[in-house]
Design a protein around this ligand. Structure first.
Ligand code: ADP
Ligand code: MG
Length: 243
């Protein structure tokens, strides 16, 4: 589903920075890949390259057989097909929960309002928020807002979903409800790339874990292997700091 071949990413402002160095990774359909690593190691940049919020400086990225770095590739289509859930939910405050979820299917996909709202209601029911459809985001807890954000991504019927530290901004008591929704998606076969330091989630749900440091993939393995028996010194050090 996702094939990344030797991508590099440079930033030039404020200083030249080689943020991703020869990153190669594959994610199969239905697979859950968890990415861990210290702050500044390039995790967000890598995710953002996968739906072209950042444009990789070199290398190849194929999503479901399509070269997303090609000049002819439709960027709106890529972003619809590869959904992203951010740490800071980014809901529209002046739209209701239902309107937030229906917006892109109506404006980008050209769905009728009735059809979009019906699908949104199904998705909001799935994430446990059927009773909140008429609320404005400001009246919801962080965990509820993040579940709306997940429903909003699902409304575009994405081929894959990217999660960038989806629970990092939440109060501890709300982390579980968001992870539950993500676990359900994984069980249903959604292809997912998740940046998270929730090791319980990684152990239970991830098919594979990648450890990144300084723009490189340092180590990769199944969660049991990588957490219990890390081979690289940098991985050992990082795990000892967060576990
Ligand atoms: P992580 O998500 O692992 O914390 P990031 O991908 O956000 O790391 O950042 C990797 C490096 O790239 C950091 O040094 C960060 O400061 C830098 N960086 C990220 N985005 C930009 C940008 N738009 N412009 C310049 N530098 C950036
Ligand atoms: Mg980040």
């Amino acid at each position: 589903m996702i094939k990344v071949n030797k991508i590099n990413k440079y930033f030039y402002i404020p200083n030249e920075l080689h943020a991703l160095k020869d990153i190669t990774l594959h994610v199969s359909k239905g697979e859950v890949l968890v990415i861990i690593g210290p702050s500044g190691s390039g995790k967000s940049t890598l995710l953002r390259c996968l739906n072209r919020l950042e444009y990789a400086s070199s290398g190849e990225i194929n999503i479901d057989g399509e070269n997303i770095l090609s000049a002819t590739c439709n960027i709106n289509q890529i972003r619809a097909e590869v959904g992203m859930v951010f740490q800071s939910f980014n809901l529209f405050p002046h739209l209701t929960v239902l309107e937030n979820v229906s917006l892109a299917p109506i404006s980008v996909r050209g769905k009728s309002k009735a059809a979009a709202d019906q699908r949104s209601l199904e998705l909001l029911t799935k994430v446990g928020l059927a009773d909140k459809v008429a609320y404005y985001p400001g009246r919801l807890s962080g965990g509820q807002q993040q579940r709306v954000a997940i429903a909003r991504s699902l409304a575009m019927n994405p081929k894959a979903l990217l999660f960038d530290e989806p629970t990092s901004a939440l109060d501890p008591e709300m982390v579980g409800e968001v992870l539950e929704v993500m676990k359900d998606l994984a069980k249903e076969g959604m292809t997912m790339v998740v940046v998270t330091h929730e090791m319980g989630f990684a152990r239970e749900v991830a098919d594979r874990v990648i450890f990144m440091d300084q723009g490189m993939i340092i180590e990769e393995g199944n969660p049991e292997e990588l957490f219990s028996n890390p081979k690289n010194e940098r991985t050992k050090l990082f795990l000892s700091q967060i576990l």
